[in-house]
Design a protein. Structure first.
Length: 367
């Protein structure tokens, strides 16, 4: 991490040291990325990074907003960059390095409106094809992707799994222990027998690669350390290509896990605990996508029901003599019984003939 911040000015390094004491490593990494991009734009204007707080202005930040938009940064990326930078400015203001009001340099209305995206699970046929491909793969990253699909973990959580992550209960069931991650809370996610075997397979593979005695599950055979985000993203892209399905992001495996459970009848409260959501509002988004699927299935089934009804109605019109139909059917089954040499099947035919003759009599009384 020291090398990635080496190009930053002294004030930025001081800020990072402060945040390191109170934030997770992933949060500090975000600050480093944002500050490096900020100072890269600053120096491209021919300005001294050490005089940043003395020379910055509202006009510079407006230029930065436009720059991030122009290079194609997504809304959430720009929101995160602005909020992180504003926190950095507030810290500098409290320390006396900055004289201007940070809230006038970056105002609330500068933040792009946060989009409300519905979860995007894999299509059912693609999900099945993808799982089948991952099961046959011998690559460790693909095993990690399959575990992510089976448990609904965030990819960061999968990469942080300790080597001994299985937890067995007295009743013989097993769960996977997910350590504190994005929301600083840990949890247990139940595993099927197939999931347990998958974890054991990953453990066996990782043990061969773990030459540095790291307490991590996902160890790269190339580096001897845990897989990176970029490495897993590349693995996902290649896996989609080899499975011959459209490209999906790794996070969509989590969406697929959640929506498949909802469609199978799991409660929102249970799903919230499985996904590790802090607020129920996050989980309710999956209920919305589940309702969309319910609508799709309803209309598809409704069309089939109409077709089936119309077909049945046409068949009824062709039945001009119901009793004759019974007679023909009884004759056909009796003929099959006489030709058969299978006593077991014959017994079934005899029982069916009795029922048909009884039903024939009842129909005759009603007509």
């Amino acid at each position: 991490m020291g090398n990635t911040r080496s190009s930053l000015p002294s004030h930025a390094k001081e800020f990072l040291n402060y945040r390191e004491a109170v934030c997770t490593a992933s949060t500090v990494a975000i600050y480093i990325t944002v500050l490096r991009k900020l100072y890269r734009l600053w120096t491209s204007c021919g300005k001294d990074p050490e005089k940043f707080f003395e020379q910055i202005s509202r006009a510079f930040f407006e230029e930065w907003f436009n720059h991030m938009y122009a290079i194609g940064n997504k809304v959430m990326t720009r929101r995160l960059a602005l909020k992180s930078t504003r926190f950095y400015l507030c810290w500098a203001y409290d320390r006396g390095y900055l004289k201007l009001d940070p809230h006038q340099l970056i105002r609330p209305q500068d933040l792009p409106k946060e989009p409300k995206y519905l979860p995007k699970p894999l299509q059912l046929k693609h999900d099945k094809t993808f799982i089948d491909y991952l099961k046959t793969s011998s690559d460790l990253p693909n095993k990690g992707l399959l575990l992510t699909r089976y448990t609904g973990m965030r990819i960061g959580e999968t990469l942080m799994l300790p080597y001994e992550c299985l937890r067995f209960d007295d009743d013989g069931t097993c769960s996977i222990y997910v350590p504190p991650g994005k929301l600083l809370t840990d949890r247990l996610v139940p595993l099927t027998d197939e999931g347990v075997e998958l974890v054991r397979e990953i453990q066996k593979m990782s043990k061969e690669y773990n030459t540095k005695n790291l307490n991590q599950l996902m160890i790269s055979p190339y580096t001897g350390v845990a897989y990176s985000y970029s490495g897993m993203r590349s693995a996902m892209k290649i896996a989609c290509q080899k499975a011959q399905i459209p490209y999906y992001s790794i996070h969509q495996l989590r969406h697929t896990f959640a929506t498949s459970l909802l469609n199978a009848g799991v409660s929102i409260i249970t799903l919230k605990k499985l996904l590790g959501h802090r607020k129920i509002e996050m989980t309710l988004r999956y209920a919305e996508i589940a309702q969309v699927k319910i609508k799709e299935e309803f209309y598809a089934c409704a069309d089939k029901a109409i077709q089936l009804y119309e077909t049945s109605h046409m068949l009824l019109k062709t039945i001009t003599d119901p009793l004759r139909s019974f007679t023909d059917l009884i004759s056909l089954i009796e003929k099959k019984r006489q030709e058969s040499q299978n006593p077991k099947i014959d017994r079934k035919r005899i029982n069916l003939l009795k029922k048909l003759r009884r039903l024939e009599s009842e129909v005759e009384l009603c007509l």
